[in-house]
Design a protein around this ligand. Structure first.
Ligand code: MN
Length: 257
């Protein structure tokens, strides 16, 4: 079992080394992650410039590779064969913030696991629901233990073809986690606000500002599970087809325009 570990926070992020330590007993681990923070970078394929991979090491001395590409590039390269061995499973995380509802297509953490699916390998994204405004290194123990459990289950049972797992862990000590809930994507409430400012030469520039997103705490959803103290496990696929909308489009006269 050869496990690739990546993330979107950069190869030296503490959540990545927590994940590596958690899953090391389960197989051979290769670490290849971005050389900088790509959070909220979405699903990227770098085609217009060369990608470089450099040897580095984690804080605990674990050998690792840093790449100047996006998280999804860090998955594509090994699945396309840059190493002399095959990758059997891709883990992405541990992101220090939750990836819920509509976050999944923004998320570098989740889109790295999506890239695994495109490469025909099971992928798991792991995120920790740290409190807004938390200072210092989050307590990754609960998320690390959860990552090991879910990874062992995926190694034992496999994932259906084309399916990845988006795992979100409530914040707190491991003994406070109530268990697992299989969920669907909930409804994120984004509170983005436009900040328009002027640069020193009087030209306008923009920030997407505002408060951190909240969400609707509905039972059965990722947001509801976290709010109730459970680990949320959401099976995702890349088919975004709006199947329920076909009745609407069948009423259109497609010959008319
Ligand atoms: Mn991140």
């Amino acid at each position: 079992m050869h496990i690739l570990v990546t993330n979107d926070d950069g190869v030296h992020a503490p959540g990545l080394s927590a994940l590596v330590q958690a899953v090391r007993p389960l197989g051979e681990v290769t670490v290849l992650a971005p050389d900088r923070n790509w959070s909220a970078s979405g699903h990227v394929k770098t085609l217009d410039r060369p990608l470089r991979v450099k040897e580095t090491e984690l804080a605990d001395g674990t050998p690792a590779y840093a790449c100047d590409g996006a998280p999804s590039d860090c998955v594509a390269l090994p699945l396309l064969g840059i190493f002399p061995y095959a990758i059997d499973l891709v883990l992405s995380g541990i992101n220090p913030n939750a990836n819920l509802g509509h976050d999944v297509t923004y998320s570098g953490t989740v889109t790295a696991a999506m890239e695994a699916v495109i490469g025909g390998v099971p992928g798991i994204a792991i995120s920790l629901d740290s409190p807004v405004g938390l200072r210092g290194v989050p307590d990754f123990r609960a998320a690390a233990g959860t990552a090991r459990q879910v990874t062992a289950l995926v190694i034992r049972n496999g994932l259906p073809e084309g399916v990845l797992l988006n795992v979100n862990v409530p914040y707190g000590p491991p003994e406070q986690v109530k268990g697992f809930q299989l969920t669907r994507q909930g409804m994120r409430v984004y509170r983005d606000q436009l900040e328009k400012r002027l640069d020193p030469r009087g030209r306008a520039y923009f920030w997407i500002g505002g408060e951190a997103p909240t969400g609707v705490e509905e039972d059965g959803t990722d947001i509801g599970a976290l709010a109730a103290g459970y680990v949320s496990v959401t099976p995702l696929h890349l088919d975004l087809t709006a199947h329920d909308s076909s009745a609407h489009f069948q009423t259109w006269n497609w010959q008319e325009e």
